[in-house]
Design a protein around this ligand. Sequence first.
Ligand SMILES: *Cc1c(COP(=O)(O)O)cnc(C)c1O
Length: 558
Amino acid sequence: MTQTEESLLKQKIAYFSMEIALSNGIHTYSGGLGVLAGDTIRSSADLNIPLVAVTLVSKKGYFRQELTSEGRQIEHPDPWDPSQFMKQLPEEVTVQIQGRDVRVKAWLYLFKSAIGGVVPVYFLDTDVEGNSSEDREITSFLYGGDERYRIKQEIVLGIGGVRMLEKLGIDVRKYHMNEGHSSFLALELLRKHDINANKVRNLCIFTTHTPVEAGHDKFSYDLVREVLGEFIPFDILRSLGGQDRLNMTLLALNLSNYVNGVAKRHRMVSKEMFPGYEIRAITNGIHSYTWTCESFKRLYDKYLPGWAHEPELLARVEIIPDNEIWQAHMEAKRNLIDYVNSATNAGMDYDTLTIGFARRATEYKRHTLLFSDIERLKKVNRKGRIQLIFAGKAHPKDEMGKRLIQQIFNYKEILKDEIKVAYLENYDMDLAAKLVSGVDVWLNTPLPPMEASGTSGMKAAHNGVINFSVLDGWWIEGWIEGVTGWAIGPEPGEHFSTEKRRTMELEDLYGKLEYVIIPLYYKRRDEWIRIMKNSIGKIACHFNSHRMMHRYVTEAYL
Ligand SMILES: *Cc1c(COP(=O)(O)O)cnc(C)c1O
């Protein structure tokens, strides 16, 4: 081997993410972005991709959700102890925040694949001796505090992260920013490379996840000046990050040669939002082995050995007998229903058509769309019984999201003599795994085009759970009507007024439940199982993070 070849082999992809969901005990995630980062790491380890990851230690977690009997959300700190999972490294770097030196240390977690690969994950921590008590809190709460707190966290993640990797002697081939939270890493590189933006662009990859203007992190230049100082000359910063405010997405766009959205539709939406930038699409996936429940794992092991490493094999699901698919599903369903009944006294049963809906409680996800017409919903239920299971946390500052949860508790009361409704507390990875495998139908009703990709429906498909979803994000690519699941509302190319769209959505929601889904479930079980199998054979085989990482490697990393 030549020396260049050897050094190439030692080079790493450095993957930066504000949140990473590695396991339920490591409380450094809030939702889909973190789960995607976790699945990226899991697939990279399986596939032996030379990747290292950087995030914040978030020692007090996101929050633990308690719900009162009226559905009021109470937020508790959700601390975890890094020393139970990982080792603190002796290396220390500093970053300047509000004119002071803040010391940053790192915890090293080695994510080990069951088949041998390893991905090191560095959790940055400012709770270090010598820091002021205020600075020691910078890495405490994920998405906590105000704008000032957020910009401090992003300085630690981006600038502290690059410095830490350098200090550890890691030879970085490319820096991958998972969302704009880590864009300051590109500024640090700019400073290192004498403000040569071309050099920096060759080093940076940016994945955007936010299809709406308001969702992008933006900081006033007064705040930037105060907290970050004149890190690079302000006229240059303004030309890269926006004239009026520092837009972290714009900064990443201007300093990355490879930029992608997380679904084909999301790419188009991003291109409209940021005209003039070349934006590609790598549709998200989920880690097949992590998100497949025990009963389906056994089934796939028996009929499709090697499926976890080569999820393409799931396309051969046809060779699994129908009754074994149904048995595997019923095992997962009993697990879930038992859990729901013990957690909520809902009194649900195993044989009723069970519809699941779990996601961050925020306005665009429209948790309550199904309850828009209560009389119609009751009529649907008279055609064939349904029961409904919900979950999801609202961000502590999202009053609308909290109201949605309370409204569902209200509907639960209103419907209690006819339809059983449960709202489960504290949605996390473990609860997600139970839900996406144990329900019969996975419902998704975001307001287009707000769902950049969505991933929980992919998890459902891996467990033979059928998607019933608005055509947005990944579902536009996974959906074949009546074959892989069902659509709610108009196709993406069609434009309608808000009013008209809603009418069409409700018509599909109630109409398809009453005339298609319920009759199929109760009267034509063989056809139902066919769609379950198609969810596995036509969705899970493609919408997995192994396929996703193959694309990142060949298109962005190499
Ligand atoms: C998969 C997952 C998500 C993301 O689901 P979406 O469908 O993208 O909203 C959020 N939270 C948890 C805990 C998950 O496991």
